[in-house]
Design a protein around this ligand. Sequence first.
Ligand code: SAM
Ligand code: DTB
Ligand code: SF4
Length: 348
Amino acid sequence: MKMCETTKKIGKKTDMKQDYSLKDVHKIYLRPLLDLVFEAAQVHRVHHNPQEMQICTLLSVKTGGCSEDCGYCSQSIHNDAELDKERLMKVDDVLEEARKAKEAGSTRFCMGAAWPRVLDGRAFERVLDMVKGVTDMGMEACCTLGMLTREQAEKLKEAGLQTYNHNLDTSREFYDKVVTTRTYDDRLETINYLAEVGIDVCSGGILGLGESQKDRVSLLYTLSKLDPQPESVPINMLVPVEGTPMEGNEPLDIFEWIRAIAVARILMPKSMVRLSAGRLTISKEAQAMAFLAGANSIFSGEKLLTTSNSGDAFDQALLESLGMIPRKPFKEEHHHHVCTCKKNTEAA
Ligand code: SAM
Ligand code: DTB
Ligand code: SF4
């Protein structure tokens, strides 16, 4: 499809290496909301097909009993969430779930383990077999297993792992209000190993932890300065879990969520921006606005890791009513240069 002049101009602007300062980012964040969303939508259309939505599926392959003290998490032993600790799942059972997800139209299968870090041994070998199995099935395999050594990252790469999820979660400044058993630099270290061995990095955050707007800006700024920029950026809205210190948190204003999504899209034009936890309580209208602002990936299914999710019926109806289609797996470049302005649609 041909590009119109405006799209070309935006394309040039966003193809140049951006060098926003923290202050610039805060200014962008504070723009009148609809201007911000409009700009994000323009950037989005230069780098992605705006009709496409990536469908991902989560599976908790090892649930509960985690020794980290993340204040939001149902799986930490430091919190009192009523969650039974489970053993690492069997490879065949995981692959069965992956098969079901694939049949339901999902292209990425993300396996999560409530581990602070990966330990070498039989459990890790089993996870490597899960990665091989999911990859052989023609799905993009993703894992989130806590901290890694460089050698472990290499083994995951050899097994065929496409992406590893490791969130920064919030700003460096607010981090110790959320978790005290690890540091921001510990997180960045694992992210560096992933980049070094050539595994795509999925890294994002949670909104609604009680952080300030400045913290949200700082998180987005830091994510955008990762080199390379993350392949995908999950934006989680806190799911308040009973028994955690954050169970009573005031819900975040939905327009703050939209702002964060729009800024993520503007700062990281080529990344997938994923609506992750919290969609169950977000209206379809707000979700549609998030898609306009550049979100192009969702977790499908009834369950995230331990909490509930919207379910396939809701999502299928939503995508259908918006005229959106599932994105194919293993897309390398996201340059679609789709222009939907009238002149070019007619010319095409
Ligand atoms: N243990 C690994 C780790 O922390 O990196 C991987 C699993 S952890 C559950 C993955 C991510 O899920 C967290 O970084 C956080 O962003 C998100 N998450 C966990 N509990 C959440 C909740 N209650 N609400 C929103 N997001 C949550
Ligand atoms: C991410 O950022 N969000 C997903 C995925 N990465 C692993 C997990 C959301 C978990 C929500 C809480 C739960 O279900 O336990
Ligand atoms: Fe453990 Fe991850 Fe939950 Fe933190 S977020 S307690 S590291 S499972």
